[in-house]
Design a protein around this ligand. Structure first.
Ligand SMILES: Nc1nc2c(c(=O)[nH]1)N[C@H]1C(S)=C(S)[C@@H](COP(=O)(O)O)O[C@H]1N2
Ligand SMILES: [Mo]
Length: 362
């Protein structure tokens, strides 16, 4: 037997019953959306298993989709079998292929830009659109899963093999990247690609969604430090004297990272200058002139930086002048730009998740 036919035989043995394939696709796509979104909040290397799971599940979906397509092909190619729901099926298929292909091309390091969207952002868009489509598609030929479709041992074996195969393929892909030295070879564990160089010009200006404020007038600017402190202060630009320097890595969820030298004020030093902290003080919230905001637990915040300079240059407007948050080990969207307020608070700020998505919209 040749390699091809042997592979075919293995795949046939692994193929779950039709109903199991369909329900697994819904389940795996849901898991992809969850792992993908949660991965946006992970910036420390210990979080790597989440990224691997996302990749292994994605490759398992390739296999599930291949089985499914082989089974339903006549329904798509034979016009006499077309029904109203066929359009939805095709839209779902195209979206799934979009999500898979952008994910696969991305790991090879290709970045086809669509205006300022990276291919990774396009991947996220396809992924988010796919879940409701798969769910709607599932209702068009709704069949409850049956016990026999998920016979326990066989199912467990099949999915274990699928995920291991997915992980192996991802491993091999890494070796191919290294051998061919594709741009994907320098990816971080988050999938982000490097942007080299120092200073303002070395990395993109990025807004999470719609933030795009006018440049801040340096004479009018004030930084308020307030909240659960005994002596709130208001600082002018001239009072923001950079006294601390730190190398930190900015990793944007749109798929790039950069290592820069940042100069500014250690947040811990800033808090030392506002008197006593209340006993309830637990978080420090950084608020942008646009309303965009993020909070850090107070111990972590103490080591964060309010940066005025990057790579020895004064921050440009696009990068958050006059002051932006530098939060090591956090993803880029948490590095608030154009900070005008630092608030010491008692409570976790749940609203920040919404505000970062909607700030900048009128
Ligand atoms: N006020 C504000 N701060 C923000 C953003 C934003 O949209 N508004 N975008 C964040 C995102 S998604 C990233 S990746 C970094 C990008 O920083 P840069 O534009 O200096 O590269 O800023 C973060 N800070
Ligand atoms: Mo970002």
């Amino acid at each position: 037997m040749g390699v091809g036919s042997r592979l075919h035989a293995v795949l046939d043995r692994l193929e779950p019953p039709p109903r199991a394939v369909d329900w697994s696709l819904l389940l795996f796509v849901s898991a992809e959306v969850v792992t993908g979104l949660v991965s946006f909040t992970v910036g420390v290397p210990e979080g790597w298993p989440l990224f691997w799971l996302h990749r292994a599940l994605g490759l398992a979906i390739v296999a599930l989709l291949a089985w499914k397509l082989a089974r339903v092909r006549p329904r798509l190619t034979d016009p006499s079998l077309w029904r109203r729901s066929t359009a939805l099926s095709i839209l779902t298929l195209v979206t799934a292929l979009g999500a898979l292909s952008t994910g696969i091309v991305w790991v090879f390091g290709l970045d086809v830009r669509i205006s300022y969207w990276t291919l990774l952002s396009v991947h996220v868009g396809f992924g988010l659109a796919l879940l409701p489509l798969v769910a709607a598609h599932a209702t068009t030929r709704f069949r409850l899963p049956r016990r026999v479709d998920f016979e326990r041992r066989r199912t467990a074996v099949r999915y274990t093999v699928l995920l291991i195969a997915g992980t192996a393929v991802y491993r091999i892909q890494g070796a191919v990247n290294d051998a061919l030295d594709t741009p994907g070879a320098d990816r971080r564990f988050t999938g982000s690609q490097p942007r080299e160089g120092t200073g303002n010009g070395a990395f993109p200006i990025t807004s999470w969604v719609a933030d795009d404020p006018d440049p801040i007038d340096r004479d009018d600017y004030r930084l308020r430090v307030e909240g659960l402190v005994s002596a709130p202060v208001e600082l002018t630009v001239d009072e923001l004297v950079a006294s601390h320097e730190a190398e930190a890595l900015l990793d944007c969820t749109s798929g790039w990272y950069t290592v820069q030298e940042w100069d500014g004020i250690r947040v811990g030093d800033l808090l030392d200058a506002v008197g006593e902290l209340d006993d309830d003080a637990a978080y420090v919230r950084f608020v942008s002139v646009t309303g965009y905001r993020w909070s850090l637990p107070i111990e972590e915040a103490a080591d964060a930086l309010l940066a005025t300079h990057v790579g020895g240059e004064r921050l440009s407007h696009g990068h958050g002048a006059p002051v932006r948050l530098v939060a090591p080990d956090r993803r880029g969207f948490q590095w608030v730009k154009w900070v005008t307020r630092v608030e010491v608070r008692a409570e976790y700020d749940l609203g920040q998740w919404v505000v970062t998505l909607v700030s900048g919209f009128e």
